[in-house]
Structures are given as C-alpha cells and as structure tokens.
Design a protein around this ligand. Structure first.
Ligand SMILES: Nc1ncnc2c1ncn2[C@@H]1O[C@H](COP(=O)(O)OP(=O)(O)OP(=O)(O)O)[C@@H](O)[C@H]1O
Ligand SMILES: CCCC(=O)O
Length: 357
C-alpha cells in the first residue's frame, strides 16, 4: 500500500508518503516573494504540483504509483468531522473559497490532481470548517452575528486522539482542552470526541497570536474605519495576517521576538507575556464551558516548542488539569493514518454535498 499526503500551508508545502508501514515526510519552504507573485491561492496550483513532483523524484518516488492521495481539507462549507472523498462539489467549493481564502484550499485540489494521474481516490480529512459546536457557543451577543467553527481541526483532533490514548481512554470518553499555537491560535473544548466550542482565529476571535489579532474591542475597530486609518478590507487582512505579535513588534516569529526580549526589549517581553495571559484566559473560559470536568490540557503547534512560554502558561493553568505537550503539527501523520483507515476498510469516507453555508 502506498499513499501520498499533501499539506499546503501559506509559506510551505508539507508532503508525506506512506509505504508498507513506513512514512517518509518532508517540507518545501516557499520564499515569500516567490509565493507572493500569485494573485490568488488557486493560481498556485501548477506551482505546487511541480513542487510535489520534485519532492517525490528527490525522495525516489518519482516512478511510483499510489493507491490513494490525501490532502489537507480547506475552507469549504461547515461539515461534521471525518474523512471526505474529493468530489466535484468539494472541488467547486474549494475553488470558490466559499468560506474564505486559505492555502489549505489547495489540499483537496492537489490531492485530486495526483489521484487522477494514478486513477485512484482522493480524500481530505477534518477540514478547518468542521462544525461540532453546541448551540450555546454559537451566540455572539448580537442577533445576526453567529460565532462560527473554524480552527486547526486536523491537528487538534490528531493530538487529542493521541493524548486520549496516553490517558488510556477513547477520544470519545475524555474531555480535553486543545490549544493549537501556530501563526494562529485556536483553543477547542473537545467534549467526548466533539469540539463543542472553539475560537475562530481568522475572524478576530480568541487570544492574539503571532499573526492574528484575536478578539478586538468593536468600537475601536469602527473608529479605525471612521477615522480613515484603515478600510474594512485592510482590517480583514490585518486581523488574520498582520495582527498579534507582528503588529506590536514587526515580526510574527516568536523565536525572534523571544531573542528581542532576552536582549532587554521590554516591549517584546510584555507582548509575549500578554499573549500567554490571553491564552490562559481562553483555557479558563473553556474549562468553565466544560463545567470544570477537564481530563487534560494539550499544547500543540510551533509555539509550543518554546520551553519558557510553555513553562509560564503551565504555571497559570495547571490548577485546571494536567498538561500534555505535543509541539509542532502532526498533520501529515494524521492525513496518512486517516487514508489508511479508509483503504483498510476500518472507516468509510463521507460524501461532501455542500449544504448551506
Ligand atoms: N523552537 C521554537 N521556539 C519558539 N517558537 C517557535 C519555535 N519553532 C516555531 N516557533 C514559532 O511558531 C510559530 C509558527 O508555528 P507553526 O509553524 O505551527 O505555524 P504555521 O504552520 O505557520 O501556522 P498555523 O499553525 O497557524 O497553521 C512562529 O511564531 C514560530 O516562531
Ligand atoms: C486553520 C484556521 C485557523 C487559523 O489559521 O487561525
């Protein structure tokens, strides 16, 4: 059995190949000026196909066939968690960016591109739009504005399953708070296998992160528009890509910001402390959402590699539940494991129909 996994991120493409029990995994970085030449995410299709081809050749898989191809899910319409066959409806919604532009939208399209070359099925797994929120979590506080589920679903679910296993129980038997801390930060309340509440980092919700603003005071945002400082479109981009640490310090790279802090830059120290403070508050809020019945708090994403940040955060939230560390992302492994479950007949791939947005 040989399976190809493709995980496109905003400045990298991660690739994995499963072959008879062994996984080969790698990533190709795309310099910002190079990837910045494309007007839209979908315009990068040929470029990313070529990148994946080059990787496969370099790793000795150039002449190989595949039994299935699996890609990261994108911002399609809200769906329950699971594995989805890439079909026409899914490809159309990815191309139309029905729930927003994101590099992840290329995942299903690239998977299909390679699957068609080999005459095999293509899948996507746990797209960021999976929606398992309970009704209370949908209230924003204003009629007409509903909180939406959009988060690092693939990685959150993968590490949650892994931690449940470490605890010795099934994912659907535990309550976990999973905090993915990457360029964006999303924190989810996983209640017995369902993510019943989670912040949508891309939309200005939750803690600030290296790149995202998180929740902002609404009147302050309106003033920026009224005073002509930013247009609504500029603000949408700032909230998702140029907020958080980037806006305070000019860099979204926590390693660089920590270096600045270590060299005595007090602004950098305070901004990192504030990010930790906001993440801790989010964890506390989710603990209350789960009635305090929390089996574990899981920290994952690139930011969780920072030992000092993890130590500070642990001191603030360890009164809630034990902490489990899963730094980095585990998406390629999760994609390959999911495709393997389908190919082995242990799980059935769902049909994406593209219900209401
Ligand atoms: N060893 C480390 N120490 C401190 N920070 C780190 C370390 N490694 C990565 N980071 C930080 O993690 C952040 C990026 O995380 P990650 O690679 O998970 O994000 P991404 O894939 O770009 O975005 P996302 O996870 O939101 O999809 C950056 O701010 C980076 O500086
Ligand atoms: C994947 C959606 C969440 C984020 O990037 O902040």
């Amino acid at each position: 059995m040989r399976i190809l996994a493709i995980d496109p991120g905003s400045t990298s493409t991660k690739i994995g190949v499963y072959q008879d029990g062994l996984t080969t995994k790698g990533g190709i970085e795309h310099p910002r000026p190079e990837i910045g030449c494309f007007a839209s995410v979908m315009d990068q299709f040929d470029y990313r196909m070529q990148v994946v081809r080059q990787y496969l050749e370099q790793e000795g898989f150039g002449a190989c066939g595949f039994d299935a191809v699996v890609g990261r899910g994108g911002l399609v319409r809200p769906v329950p968690g699971g594995i989805y066959l890439v079909n026409d409806a899914l490809v159309r919604d990815l191309r139309d960016a029905v729930s927003g532009e994101h590099a992840a939208n290329l995942g299903g399209v690239l998977a299909l591109g390679f699957a068609e070359l080999h005459g095999v099925p293509a899948f996507v797994v746990d797209p960021p739009v999976i929606d398992e929120m309970w009704p209370l979590a949908r209230f924003s506080g204003l009629k007409g504005i509903e909180r939406k589920s959009m988060f690092h679903a693939l990685n959150q679910k993968a590490v949650a399953r892994d931690v449940a296993q470490e605890i010795g129980r099934g994912y659907d038997e535990v309550n976990l708070i999973v905090v993915h801390m990457g360029s964006g930060i999303t924190a989810g309340a996983h209640r017995k296998g369902r993510v019943v509440d989670v912040n949508n980092g891309l939309n200005g919700d939750g803690p600030f992160s290296p790149e995202r603003s998180g929740g902002l005071p609404v009147i302050g945002v309106l003033q920026l528009i009224e005073e002509g400082i930013h247009t609504p479109d500029e603000l949408k981009a700032i909230v998702a890509r140029r907020g958080g640490l980037f806006s305070y310090l000019g860099s979204p790279d926590l390693r660089e910001v920590e270096r600045m802090a270590a060299q005595g830059n007090l602004k950098a120290r305070l901004a990192v402390d504030a990010m930790i403070y906001q993440v801790a508050k989010e964890i506390g809020a989710l603990a209350a959402a789960l009635d305090g019945e929390v089996d574990g708090i899981v920290l994952t994403g690139g930011v969780a590699y920072s030992a000092s940040l993890v130590e500070q955060l642990t001191r603030k939230v360890r009164f809630i539940a034990p902490l489990y560390l899963r730094p980095g992302e585990h998406e390629i492994e999760a994609l390959l494991a999911a495709a393997l479950r389908v190919m082995n007949g242990e799980e059935q791939a769902k049909e994406y129909t593209g219900g209401a947005a």
